[in-house]
Design a protein around this ligand. Structure first.
Ligand SMILES: Nc1ncnc2c1ncn2[C@@H]1O[C@H](COP(=O)(O)OP(=O)(O)OP(=O)(O)O)[C@@H](O)[C@H]1O
Ligand SMILES: N[C@@H](CCO)C(=O)O
Length: 320
């Protein structure tokens, strides 16, 4: 269930006239999405993706367009939005803000190979190198300020042990990050899970779904990635995936000493960020549509594993 706003062929034919992309051959609703309505479009010239924005902060859309334009100009594997003949990317269709993208090749890697981890680490390292110079600004909406403000809202749904865990953790993060020097800043993807990447075997076809994109600590992005890409079923880090991804990343952007020092805490904080956001979806603010929410327990497991076993040693930066 993901086509919240159906479109007729005639609507899309009319919409495409302002772009230089050819004429519509076929239109197919995409079942996988949860937040936006997505269609795959084939024209007589190319394969495209049409996204209608169903929710969220529409005033943020120009930031996402600018960020994707910037990353695509710097040859990162992202879908740079298609601009019309007048240079405009953001339009309205069926009353919803809409964007047209090139369709990138590949599938989501559910059990990533080491070659896929290497490719993702390399791409994220390259992205963070250039994103430090991105001129846009959108404070990270899921940072420590958000955690501090929002965790109170879910405590009532948790066991006494989990309430204590959540409260103690947030206090530790406030202490650690309140006393840490400023970490390297730049634009982040903000949600770089496996299902926001596309791979053709080991080749990274693209990174998609930048709608959590923001600016802030680059390390936050990297910690989200490691927790999703390199955690085993029991939440513990898989050393091979961890080292492969981080070595490839650091060949592009070595971590600073300050980043290395807060890394174990950042892994825990980003695990708690998803434990909390998923709890909020389940208990406080369920989606309007009939969708199965992501399981909060997965990130409780990851957080518990980081607490019990700590972080793995970070591989040293090298240029190989
Ligand atoms: N540029 C693209 N190239 C190829 N496939 C794409 C592209 N953009 C989106 N898709 C496909 O459409 C699906 C839904 O897109 P997207 O992730 O933007 O929507 P969403 O509603 O935010 O979904 P989700 O909650 O799964 O992230 C993706 O999982 C992917 O399969
Ligand atoms: N990637 C998020 C959902 C989209 O923000 C999660 O797994 O909870």
């Amino acid at each position: 269930m993901a086509v919240f706003t159906p479109l007729s062929d005639a609507q899309v034919v009319e919409f495409l006239k302002r772009f230089d992309v050819g004429t519509l051959v076929s239109l197919e609703g995409v079942a996988g999405g949860t937040e936006n309505t997505t269609f795959f479009l084939t024209t007589d010239r190319r394969e495209l993706v049409l996204t209608l924005f169903e929710q969220g902060e529409h005033e943020e859309l120009p930031f996402f367009v600018d960020l994707l334009d910037y990353l695509a100009e710097h040859r990162l594997p992202v879908p740079g939005p298609v601009h019309d003949r007048e240079g405009i990317a953001l339009h309205s269709l069926a009353g919803k803000p809409s964007l047209l993208f090139p369709r990138l090749p590949g599938r989501h890697p559910m059990a990533p190979s080491l070659a896929q981890c290497r490719a993702l680490g390399d791409a994220l390292g390259r992205m963070h190198l250039v994103s430090q110079h991105f001129p846009g600004h959108r404070p990270n909406p899921r940072d420590l300020n958000w955690l501090s403000a929002m965790h109170h809202r879910v405590l009532v749904y948790l066991s006494p042990e989990d309430q204590a865990l959540m409260k103690d953790e947030v206090e530790i993060y406030q202490d650690v990050f309140g006393n840490a020097p400023e970490l390297p800043q730049g634009a982040l993807h903000g949600d770089l899970f496996r299902d926001n990447t596309l791979f053709e075997t080991d080749r990274l076809g693209g990174i998609i779904d930048f709608y959590n994109g923001c600016t802030g600590d680059l390390l936050f992005d990297l910690a989200i990635v490691i927790n999703d890409w390199a955690s085993g079923p029991d939440g513990r880090l898989d050393r091979e995936r961890h080292d492969t991804l981080l070595s490839a990343y650091q060949a592009r952007r070595p971590l600073t000493l300050a980043e290395r020092e807060v890394w174990p805490t950042m892994l825990r904080m980003t695990a708690l960020r998803y434990w909390l956001s998923r709890l909020l979806v389940v208990y406080v603010d369920p989606p309007a549509h009939d969708l199965t929410p992501h399981d909060p327990a997965r990130f409780h497991t990851i957080l518990a594993a980081r607490l019990k076993h700590g972080a793995l040693p970070l591989p040293e930066a090298s240029n190989t």
